[in-house]
Design a protein around this ligand. Structure first.
Ligand code: HEC
Length: 155
């Protein structure tokens, strides 16, 4: 079963029980497939602009900081937050959200988290950047858990 079918199932349990027409199912399927493309081609990459710059990785030499060191590197994080907010506004548009208010509300959490990342980057505050990056991640996860059952494939 494709993720898109699973997502429809998660989304539409109630709808389907009330014998919704094939048109409605087809509409949701098309919308979810557009969402998947948008996630893979845009949102995921943008979020990496934050996460790849927030935290530590373990190497053979020990712990290595990922946090920005130069103004240019901090600017990358700030740009990523601006991009993420712009993309979230598109995620909330009818094209991806339909008229689902819960979808729109969960997405609003991404804007809040991205603004927190931005403030942390402007203040050059590593701990706060790390926490705010975690907040972004939790919003992604919240929506995936709500709408996509096949969460092993995704963050
Ligand atoms: C408002 C809901 C929502 C939010 C917020 C959200 N996603 Fe998604 N995402 C989805 C849905 C729904 C799917 C599954 C689409 C499908 O295949 O049916 C998905 C799928 C994905 C996929 C996998 C696509 C595939 O099929 O392989 C990636 C990667 C992804 N999201 C990244 C992210 C990241 C990163 C964030 C946060 C910055 C995020 N998403 C926030 C709804 C959301």
């Amino acid at each position: 079963m494709k993720t898109s079918n699973l997502a429809i199932f998660a989304l539409g349990g109630a709808l389907m029980l009330s014998a919704c027409g094939n048109n409605e199912e087809a509409e949701i399927e098309a919308r979810m497939s557009a969402v998947a493309t948008f996630m893979i081609e845009e949102m995921d990459e943008t979020a990496d602009g934050i996460w790849d710059n927030a935290g530590y990785i373990l190497t053979e030499e020990g712990e290595e900081s990922l946090f920005p060191e130069t103004d240019e590197e901090w600017a990358v994080v700030i740009q990523a937050t601006d991009d993420l907010i712009a993309q979230t506004r598109r995620l909330q548009s009818e094209e991806f959200a339909g008229d689902d208010e819960e979808w729109i509300a969960i997405s609003e959490g991404l804007v809040v988290a991205a603004e927190r990342v931005r403030a942390a980057a402007e203040a050059r505050d590593e701990d706060e950047l790390f926490d705010a990056g975690g907040q972004v991640y939790r919003v992604c996860l919240a929506c995936h858990q709500r709408y996509a059952l096949d969460i092993q494939r995704i963050r």
